[in-house]
Design a protein around this ligand. Structure first.
Ligand code: SF4
Length: 142
């Protein structure tokens, strides 16, 4: 673990297994954490929270969190808030899709070009939110 790990924003997608929008959300998370903002973000497995893992609960309470949910059920956001996590922002794939209905995702396993484009649009929005959170933290630190 590097010295900067404690400053990272946690990006937590819903499990969304079997749902195309859940797959898009996970893809967007990987784009942010591995490609767009690797130095500022990392992820945490939502199922650890639902299983009551104490270390995972501590992490969401002590780091800013951005949740990504596939749909309005908002499983990730509710679970993070349910353990007192610092949920700074929530994104829903279905909202991104509503703004880009031309990008239809038909398969859970193979997002295809449309699914990857949808994930990319969402990932860019999440990355901007990461920057906003870091700016706010920097201002508060003076
Ligand atoms: S938010 Fe929607 S897609 Fe994600 S796990 Fe919950 S029900 Fe499934």
């Amino acid at each position: 673990m590097s010295a900067t790990d404690d400053d990272k924003v946690l990006i937590i997608p819903c499990s969304g297994i079997g749902k195309a929008f859940g797959s898009v959300g996970r893809e967007a998370m990987y784009m942010v954490a591995e490609e767009l903002r690797p130095d500022k973000t990392e992820t945490l497995c939502l199922s650890l929270l639902t299983l009551g893992d104490e270390e995972a609960k501590d992490r969401v309470r002590n780091h800013p969190v951005i949740t990504i949910d596939g749909c309005g059920q908002a499983c990730s956001e509710l679970n993070v808030k349910g353990v007192g996590g610092r949920s700074e922002a929530n994104f829903r794939v279905i909202d991104t899709y509503r703004e880009h209905r031309e990008l239809k995702v038909n398969s859970v396993l193979h997002l295809g070009e449309a699914g990857r484009k949808l994930a990319r649009i969402l990932a860019e929005q999440v990355a901007s939110q990461v920057d906003a959170i870091k700016r706010k933290e920097d201002m508060l630190r003076g």
